[in-house]
Design a protein around this ligand. Structure first.
Ligand code: FES
Length: 293
């Protein structure tokens, strides 16, 4: 079975939609109930402060630690008992890292939909299963006579983690979750290019225009004109269809990311990458933009 067959099979599972419909709003509601602090925590989990999703950074901890555990466990099974303490420590590190991975992963997953949401849910469930096996292994390692069982459970957990990681790869490379959707093959104009007559952009309004091949969001707020990339970095949402906010920012219509119009920076996630910014000038009654210098 190849990757497409597996993920298409997952996509056909209606129960995953039902489970997603129940779980996703609960996560969103939990963050909302925390007010401003909840929003800050959500931003932290998404990685808006990092300029990159936090989840793939954190997942390196359990993946690396569990790999070390597997190697040390196999050495122990081969008769090298001196590695047993090391295996227990790396397993503990992996379990702590798994908590961070789960928290960041669930947060990112709360802003997914369709096939990505279903595959993401299976990815998460596999990791929960692996973590349960690892946690059981951790406690069994302390008991006399159960060490080989504990090692066996950890090795099964490692196999399940590998399957989860495989789906995680599909989420990024197949479903484009966590990639910067403003990273386009189209050339950003380095010289000023006319995009709209100035009198066609009313104050307190915004619209999408083309700068060559690149869609640009033009916004006029308090009679100042701003230009940032129109395609939302999070998942490609059309920013001109979102909300122009009072604090010179724009909210994406798809998952609510908020970007500063001044510099394209992320104010609220789920986006973690900023919107590219454009320089703006008025020339002969035309609004002209170019890639910010
Ligand atoms: S596409 Fe998700 S917040 Fe814009």
């Amino acid at each position: 079975m190849n990757e497409k067959t597996i993920t298409n099979y997952i996509d056909e599972q209606q129960w995953l939609d039902d489970a997603g419909n129940a779980l996703q709003p609960a996560i969103i509601k939990a963050y909302k109930s925390g007010g401003e602090a909840g929003q800050k925590l959500k931003n932290f989990m998404h990685g808006t402060w990092l300029g990159h999703p936090l989840h793939p950074v954190i997942t390196d901890v359990p993946v690396g630690a569990y790999t070390a555990t597997a190697v040390l466990d196999v050495l122990e099974l081969a008769g090298h008992n001196k590695y047993s303490a090391g295996a227990d420590v790396t397993l503990a590190v992996g379990l702590v890292g798994a908590l961070g991975s789960a928290a960041t992963g669930l947060t990112d997953w709360s802003a997914t939909s369709g096939k990505g949401r279903k595959v993401g849910l299976v990815h998460g469930l596999l990791n929960v299963g692996a973590t349960a096996l690892y946690a059981t292994s951790f406690f069994l390692r302390r008991g006399k006579g159960s060490r080989n069982t504990a090692i066996g459970l950890a090795l099964v957990g490692y196999g399940i983690s590998a399957a989860a990681a495989y789906l995680g790869g599909h989420l990024v490379f197949g479903e484009q979750i966590g990639v910067d959707h403003t990273a386009t093959a189209a050339e950003y104009p380095v010289d000023f290019i006319a995009v709209l007559p100035e009198n066609e952009l009313a104050d307190n309004s915004m619209r999408c225009v083309q700068a060559g091949e690149v869609p640009v969001l033009l916004a006029r707020k308090n009679n100042k004109i701003f230009a940032i990339a129109h395609t939302c970095s999070h998942f490609g949402g059309p920013l001109s269809e979102g909300d122009l906010l009072e604090n010179c920012s724009v909210r994406c219509p798809w998952h609510g990311s908020v970007f500063s119009l001044e510099d394209g920076s992320v104010i609220n996630g789920p986006a973690s990458e900023p919107q590219p910014k454009f320089d703006v000038r008025i020339n002969n009654g035309q609004i002209e933009v170019r890639k910010a210098t």
